[in-house]
Ligand binder design. Structure first.
Ligand SMILES: Cc1cc2nc3c(=O)[nH]c(=O)nc-3n(C[C@H](O)[C@H](O)[C@H](O)COP(=O)(O)O)c2cc1C
Length: 175
């Protein structure tokens, strides 16, 4: 058997395990954000590191949400969401909002926050940047959905805190 271009024999090939995939992706250093929404008279949120800008004109961002998470159905239902880009000091909030099974009512009681002017969703106080979005599209992608948002509002408070980062499965900070 030969490879498509080389003409040489293809070496034995073993597909990666889920664990290897997780570890490989963990070597991609990221920031950490909390995505929030409001549905069924409840404030929902989830800590994610799958966040990126997509387009400048129109202004679009995306995040990938596990279809098994309680947040998934809430964000689909709401049609709007908020993004809080976390500073290092917000690490406790990141851990809390990534805790499976935490009660949703009252989950922000000990997390300083305000409400977005455009959508009313919760935005975390002390964030480096907050963004409010209207959901533009939701694309199924394996066990996650890619949620694309049209940027409605932005806030960049004066904040010289280091960013909260995630690398090799651990939180860190970047000046
Ligand atoms: C650093 C970090 C990044 C995460 N990134 C994602 C992500 O991109 N998408 C996702 O669906 N869950 C992600 N999670 C897991 C969710 O935060 C966690 O499963 C959450 O509690 C599930 O939400 P639920 O309580 O609404 O079910 C991440 C967790 C951590 C700690």
């Amino acid at each position: 058997m030969t490879g498509p271009n080389s003409g040489s024999p293809t070496p034995p090939f073993t597909p990666p395990s889920e664990d290897e995939f997780r570890q490989a992706m963990g070597r991609f250093a990221t920031g950490v954000v909390v995505v929030s929404t409001r549905s069924g008279r409840l404030d929902h949120a989830i800590t994610v590191n799958s966040f990126t800008s997509v387009s400048l004109d129109p202004m679009l961002v995306l995040t990938c949400v596990d279809t098994d998470s309680r947040f998934h159905d809430a964000v689909v239902d709401a049609g709007v969401f908020g993004v809080s880009v976390l500073a290092e000091a917000q690490r406790p909030a990141a851990s809390w909002l990534a805790t499976p099974g935490r009660p949703i009512p009252g989950q922000f009681d000990h997390v300083p926050h305000e409400r977005g002017v455009a959508t009313g969703v919760v935005l975390l106080a002390g964030s480096l940047t907050t963004i409010e979005c209207r959901t533009e599209a939701i694309h199924p992608a394996g066990d996650h959905s890619i949620v694309i948002g049209n940027v409605l509002s932005l806030s960049m408070p004066a904040n010289s805190q280091p960013a909260l980062t995630y690398f090799r499965g651990r939180y860190g900070a970047l000046p």
